[in-house]
Design a protein around this ligand. Sequence first.
Ligand code: HEM
Ligand SMILES: CC(C)=CCC/C(C)=C/CC/C(C)=C/COP(=O)(O)OP(=O)(O)O
Length: 299
Amino acid sequence: MTNSTLPTLNDFLKLCKLKVVALIMLTAIVGMYMATDALPPIQLVILASIGIALASCSAAVFNHVVDQRIDTIMKRTKNRPMPEGKVNTKQAIIFGVIIGVIGLGILALWVNVLTATLTFFALIGYAVVYTMYLKRATPQNIVIGGAAGAAPPVLGWTSITNQVELDALLLFLIIFIWTPPHFWALAIHRHAEYSKVDVPMLPVTHGRAFTRLQILLYTIILFIVTLVPYLVGMCGLIYLVGAVVLGIGFLYYAVEMLRKPNDEKLPMKTFGYSINYLMVLFVILLVDHYFPLHLSQIL
Ligand code: HEM
Ligand SMILES: CC(C)=CCC/C(C)=C/CC/C(C)=C/COP(=O)(O)OP(=O)(O)O
């Protein structure tokens, strides 16, 4: 795709998937605060946040570069800067490399090498392994590729402690299990578009009914996994109540999708709920961390 005028700042910002990166950053920052009982040093929080955010934006830019052909065909994506010819491949790659190098550089120089390395793997995991290979290869694409999107709380955690701990991996697990119901709800709504571009998303390869069942199964597993932080003593009652209430809401949507397969609005409502679910769950994790309430204090 060629273009005669220079891209605007807004075009470059659109390539960064800023709303997705905003939620990614919430999970990373909660990871930073959960990593310590005290408050983490604010300059470390700021540097780590800038580094992780730039690396995530860089991964998103490469996703747009690789997907520009299929993005041109799908209604949901055809107005993106690359399909519209506002940013060409060379400009996007240069932008992606610059912000990626700055992000990883900040992490390596001023945070720690472990976090820089893990962030690099997450970037490659999303931009190369998921986008270039898995997405086009298997309906399990987003299950495996979800590991990159689930990494940020671990990246936040290691930014502060310089080591991977079990509690951090629990946060990873929550997002990892959350990703399939998050994405498949949208994929059910958009299944016709995915089949048009030959991307083997689960609703295309195995049908929408099977996908609805998988969404329910993953939502049940998610409900159980979100109880673990309480059961292992990582979180208190505020978290437990929040996770249960949010989880019941998610289960409600998953069951409704199975009960009402002809309700065309439900999949996108479920998708919207998934985003609010993760956002509120991570805010509650943070609140609970600084205002711990335990059963022994009440009884
Ligand atoms: C492999 C993993 C994932 C896949 C395949 C996936 C897929 C998608 C898709 C296709 C959209 C619609 C985007 C659009 O219409 O422009 C979306 C939106 C969104 N995703 Fe995900 N997602 C994944 C992981 C994540 C993660 C880890 C987060 C954050 C922690 C996240 C947060 C969001 C948010 C906030 C939106 C709404 C964006 C908007 O309204 O523009 N996603 N996701
Ligand atoms: C360094 C680091 C933490 C990287 C994480 C990167 C990141 C931005 C993950 C977001 C996942 C996401 C939006 C996947 C959708 O891709 P898609 O191609 O299936 O969706 P699309 O069709 O909307 O482009």
